[in-house]
Design a protein around this ligand. Structure first.
Ligand SMILES: [Zn+2]
Length: 500
């Protein structure tokens, strides 16, 4: 018997996986894992089963139990059927496989993916990409779920959570905005100053001098009072207020989109994709005043240089002081773009850190080259086949099945109500009210089913190729955790996966 390892066999089945056939079932996972134990004569093993848990996060009871057993030294090997059973969250999986497991001397094996962290095989080199593709399926599913939210936005319902300064949600209808009198005067003042010709900077100075409270002060949100800028107006906030059409009574949503369903990075959406529904709530600012301010802002904007988001924006850091490196605007003299340590830039008077001036364009070219070399190694055909199999077998079938079940339930309920009405257990008015509501809900689900039932004949291989060869910010952020540059111009790349 082999008692070198104390083996944790981890099994996960999500609600989406549930009815997709034998391959992902608990029984099948279990029998595969037990066969592994037998073949390798492991003397000690323990089963961990998360039944009904999604792989997009690690908030799962059995998984947590396994982690605490690892901490207690009771487990030093983790085995799953494949990588997606561990999780579909690329960054999270990377954290465990690349950092946590090695740090706790735990060997990780994904049986059908041929991943074994103890063997330095080339399979491990493509592990991050397999993980990315796992992530990719989940992303596709989250898109489908998002459409429901967008439908609400198109109906002019507020779904944005915390409303902008000046508004609050109605008590009885959380999807409707009403004016917050305690805040609206500030909005009116800001617009008034702008119309009088104050620049954004001058408005900021005015508000601060007159101690006009900021949103975080009024709403008592966890304003971080230890930050020097707590309760102080900045130009960005004022700019946002002056350009927010919501103050004219129009509901503007879908302005920002999550880059990814779980990373908290949010990017601006293209203006033509915004969802604007006019006159859904009471205006604080007239459309005429709003447009007048917009014209004024447009004029002053022309002088300013447009800020473009660079490929490596947000992941560049100073090696010495660990603060961010700012990507400066291109120099007027030669058009070159330089990086500068933000800490140095802000407090250069205090002689902290050094400038770290580094030519950004050269860095970007170099990084893209490195990433391309990594991508060149992966087997797109293999990944495409896996995705295709997944889409064909599980995704729509599960969601569809689920939706159809929901309809069935509601129809049954309708029938029951009808019988109750005949038995005079409920009156006509109540019957009409509830049955209308149910019928609407059924219609809603039916339209969702139609949307999903479209045959799946997209070319997956092209999609994957496109996804991996088009090196955009999204891909960069997934692959690279941070890049640090030292004062001697050494570049350190920290990946979200183990680097070979
Ligand atoms: Zn620095």
């Amino acid at each position: 018997m082999n008692d070198l390892y104390k083996v944790g066999l981890y099994i996960r089945l999500s609600k989406e996986d549930e009815k997709c056939g034998e391959s992902e079932s608990i029984t099948n996972q279990k029998s595969l894992l037990l066969r592994f134990v037998k073949e390798n004569s492991h003397a000690h093993y323990k089963l961990y089963v998360d039944d009904g848990y999604s792989g997009t996060n690690f908030d799962r009871p059995a998984f947590k139990q396994m982690i605490s057993d690892i901490e207690a030294g009771q487990i030093n090997m983790v085995v799953t059927k494949d990588l997606s059973r561990l999780g579909r969250d690329y960054i999270g999986c990377g954290e465990y496989i690349e950092k946590y497991f090695p740090a706790h001397n735990v060997r990780y094996i994904a049986l059908t993916d041929n991943i074994d962290t103890i063997i330095d095989s080339c399979n491990n080199d493509i592990l991050p990409f397999k993980a990315i593709m796992n992530d990719y399926y989940a992303k596709d599913i989250s898109k489908k779920i998002k459409t429901a939210l967008i439908t609400k936005q198109k109906d002019g319902k507020w779904v944005g959570g915390c409303p902008p300064l000046g508004y609050m949600v109605q008590d009885i209808n959380k999807n409707k905005l009403v004016i917050n009198k305690k805040e609206a005067y500030i909005i009116r003042k800001i617009f008034k100053l702008a119309i009088q010709g104050y620049s954004i900077y001058q408005i900021k100075e005015y508000l601060n001098e007159n101690k006009v409270p900021t949103a975080s002060m009024i709403r008592g949100s966890r304003g971080n009072s230890k930050f020097a800028n707590y309760g102080i107006w900045n130009t960005k906030t004022i700019q946002n207020i002056l350009t927010n059409q919501i103050y004219t009574g129009d509901l503007v949503q879908h302005k920002r989109i999550k880059l990814n369903y779980k990373i908290k990075k949010v990017v601006s959406n293209k203006k033509e994709d915004w969802i604007i529904v006019p006159n859904t709530h009471e205006a604080i600012i007239s459309k005429q005043d709003f447009n007048e301010v917009a014209k004024k802002l447009e004029k002053s904007k022309r002088v300013k240089r447009k800020k473009i988001t660079r490929l490596l924006d947000g992941i560049l850091y100073c090696y010495e002081c660990k603060h961010r490196l700012t990507i400066c605007s291109p120099r007027k003299s030669d058009g070159k773009t330089y990086l500068v340590c933000n800490y140095y830039r802000m407090y250069s008077k205090n002689k902290v850190c050094t400038s770290h001036a580094f030519n950004y364009d050269i860095l970007e070219k170099e990084i893209v080259k490195i990433i391309k070399e990594k991508i060149y190694k992966i087997d797109i055909k293999d990944i495409s086949l896996r995705i295709k199999k997944y889409i064909d077998n599980n995704k729509n079938k599960n969601i569809l099945q689920n939706l159809k079940m929901q309809i069935d339930k509601k129809r049954n309920y309708l029938d029951k109500m009808y019988l109750e009405k005949l038995d005079n257990k409920i009156d006509n008015e109540m019957y009409n009210r509830i049955s209308n509501k149910l019928k609407l809900e059924i219609k809603d689900i039916e339209s969702k089913i139609l949307e999903l039932d479209i045959p799946n004949n997209i070319n997956i291989e092209d999609k994957v190729k496109n996804y991996l060869t088009n090196i955009d910010r999204e891909l960069i952020i997934r692959l690279i955790d941070r890049i640090e540059i030292s004062k001697d111009k050494d570049v350190f790349i920290y990946y979200n996966f183990r680097n070979h």
